[in-house]
Structure formats: C-alpha cells, structure tokens
Write a protein that binds this ligand. Sequence first.
Ligand SMILES: [Zn+2]
Length: 258
Amino acid sequence: MRIGAHVDPVDPLAGAAARQADAVQFFLTDPQGYKTPQPRPDAEALRASDVEVYIHAPYIVNVATLNNRIRIPSRKLMMAHAKAAADLGAQGLIVHGGHVGGGADLDAGFANWRKAFQYAESDGGLPLPILIENTAGGDNAMARTFDHLARLWDAVGEFGAGFCLDTCHAHAGGEELLGIVDRVKSITGRIDLIHANDSKDGFDSGRDRHDNIGSGKIDPELVIAVIRAAGAPVIVETPGGADGQAADIALLRGRAGS
Ligand SMILES: [Zn+2]
C-alpha cells in the first residue's frame, strides 16, 4: 500500500524521505494565483524516483463557474498544470470539483466541466488523468454531495475523468464514510487516490479544516476502512509538518496495510 503526503514544493523528494512516504503531492505554483508553472530543475530526479508524484492544481481553479473571467483562465491553467505535471512523471492532477455559486444553474456547471475536457482535447489532449476531488463546501458545488457527483459524471465520465476521494471533505460535506467507497464507485467506476484526512469540524459542517488522523471528529477506523476498501494510493494532507504527517503515515500503514 502506497501512502504519502502533501509536501512543500521546494524539495518534494526530501519531504518524502523525512516522512517515509511512498508518494508525494505538491503545488507547482502559488495555490491562490493564476501563475503558469515553470520547468523544475528536479524534473529528472522526480521522474526517476520510486516515489509516486501527484500534483494539486491551484485552489482558484474553478472550471465550473459561470463567470467567464474565472472559467476561461481556470481551464487554461488546468491544462498548463496537466502538461507540467506530466513532465514530472506525475500520476495525476488533482482538481477540486468547483462550484457555480448560490442561485446559479447547476446544469450549466456540469456542462462547463464537459467544456473543460473538450478544451483539453482540442489542445492536444490530456497528458495525464485529471482527478476530480470532492469538496467540503462551496455554493452549489459540483462534487460535494454525491447526487451532484452523479450528474457531474454523466457530463464528464466519457472523457476518462478520475476521482480523488477526500475523507475530511466527505465528512464535512455531509456524506457518510461508512460504505462510501462502494457509493463512489457506483457513480465514477473508480477511485484513483484517497486524501486521508481527519476533520476539525462536524458532519455536514461545510468547513474544510483538516486534522491529524484520530485527532478530529472522524472515527479513525472509518478512514482505515475507506483506505482498505479503495485499494488506491493515499495522500495525507494533515497538519504538524513532517513529524505530524510521518505519524499519520505510520498509523495508516500499520493499520490499513496489514
Ligand atoms: Zn484533499
């Protein structure tokens, strides 16, 4: 079982070593900005490493929005990050499901996701899988509740979209973790990556504050059960720096890997 962590982008392989991680996830640019990723001097080392690489798209990417001044740059940025991630030998690019905002038409958001994949096809095709991640909140979110997720998949499934299941986001977003892997797979047919995080906030709170495994509001047995059932690589996005994440990785590896 491959378990890793979200690490600082300055030296991801050192970050992996410090946590005894089999996989790393990092940002290529400021997650709050519209910067185009630049070539990295450690690209060859990352490609050659046994450590699996995942790239997380900036948080401001929202390909679903009806606001064209956000939507158009978002899909271009998603494609630029996909290409840059592929250059590093990454397994996938994680992109949040996004949202259309209060009062807006959900179907327009699902259609915009479809257009983002069509744009990628017209721009040479995606060089690696896009892993759409469920979110804890967002007004009229595309991938918070699984009834919306099912409608999203009707729009994008044919493009080979992948899925990243975040346990904190599911809990805070109001989806029970018990049996969740089967529920997701009945919609998406696949889970490519698990984000294993505890939540500082309660069920269906809509808040996105991660905590170390067993320190928050989620029964750690549920997180372990999700990991076992999914059989996918795991990334922790938990606090406490290298020590905090190393402890989470060791706990999950000890319990879920056996
Ligand atoms: Zn996540």
